[in-house]
Design a protein around this ligand. Structure first.
Ligand SMILES: NC(=O)c1ccc[n+]([C@@H]2O[C@H](COP(=O)([O-])OP(=O)(O)OC[C@H]3O[C@@H](n4cnc5c(N)ncnc54)[C@H](OP(=O)(O)O)[C@@H]3O)[C@@H](O)[C@H]2O)c1
Length: 240
């Protein structure tokens, strides 16, 4: 077996960071060498060294950083990956235009993959939405996204990506409605409406572990790859 990849988990104390730490603890193909959050409560937890965001420069050598944090923590971890020549996988949403540009620039130096949604189902949904928008270009299209009340950004990054797929297919963006309620992990409904009929494409995430699994799969796929921006579809559907 190849040696395990060394991971830095950024946003380790959050909902997604915790899901990743739980997943990695069950695997032999990866080892978490650093868990980073804005603040640290414990220096070492379950054998994993923890670092505060201001200590990022002191993190040990790693192959790939997986980032699920917030936009204000994003720049530091991306810069660290570029400086160290490490791969970067991120699912942080609500990024600014400047941060999207920084991602494009970093991709010249390191392999990286940013995805608004790491589930296989949403990757399939995006393809179905694009194809439907092409097939019925004159129908109304609307997106409704629902998430838990702690989510900071709206609309969701996934809704923005789905809207871009519709726009690319027919040159017109759909409207997006955002609901924040209870503990909803993530739901995206894309509705195409005509007179007398309506087509609804919907994805419901019921557990965060699926996003963690997708992100880890991406991290394993990126190790040793050449610098460029990778798409989640390349990792999930490599034979296409
Ligand atoms: N792409 C996907 O598939 C997907 C799926 C789910 C969520 N997301 C996105 O992933 C991100 C995290 O979601 P979540 O639900 O896990 O959020 P969360 O529970 O609020 O966790 C945020 C994490 O980021 C850390 N953080 C905040 N500011 C930081 C900074 N300046 N420097 C370093 N770390 C910082 C927090 O540390 P402290 O606890 O110390 O503040 C915490 O560990 C969000 O943008 C969310 O929209 C993406």
């Amino acid at each position: 077996m190849n040696s395990p990849i060394r991971l830095l988990i950024h946003g380790a104390s959050g909902r997604m960071g915790q899901a990743l730490l739980r997943l990695c603890a069950t695997r032999e193909d990866c080892i978490v060498v650093a868990a980073v959050a804005r603040r640290v409560a414990q220096r070492v937890a379950d054998g994993v060294p923890h670092f505060a965001a201001h200590e990022l420069a002191g993190a040990p050598a790693f192959d790939v950083a997986i980032d699920f944090s917030l936009p204000d923590g994003f720049d530091g971890v991306l810069a660290l990956c570029v400086e160290r020549g490490a791969a970067f996988v991120s699912g942080t949403t609500g990024l600014s235009d400047a941060q999207r540009t920084a991602l494009d620039q970093a991709a010249v130096r390191i392999p990286l993959l940013w995805a608004a949604n790491f589930s296989i189902g949403v990757a399939v949904l995006t393809e179905l939405v694009r194809r439907t928008a092409e097939l019925v270009p004159e129908w109304d299209c609307d997106i409704v996204e629902s998430h838990h009340t702690q989510k900071r950004d709206a609309p969701s990054g996934t809704a923005v990506v789905l809207a871009a797929a519709v726009d690319a297919a027919r040159g017109r963006s759909p409207s997006i409605a955002s609901l924040r309620a209870g503990d909803i992990v993530g739901e995206h409904l894309v509705q195409f409406t005509s007179h007398g009929e309506r087509l609804e494409l919907v994805h419901r995430a019921t557990h965060r572990d699926l996003f963690a699994a997708g992100a880890l799969r991406a991290a394993l796929a990126l190790k040793g790859r050449s610098p460029q921006p990778y798409r989640l579809a390349d990792v999930l559907f490599p034979s296409r």
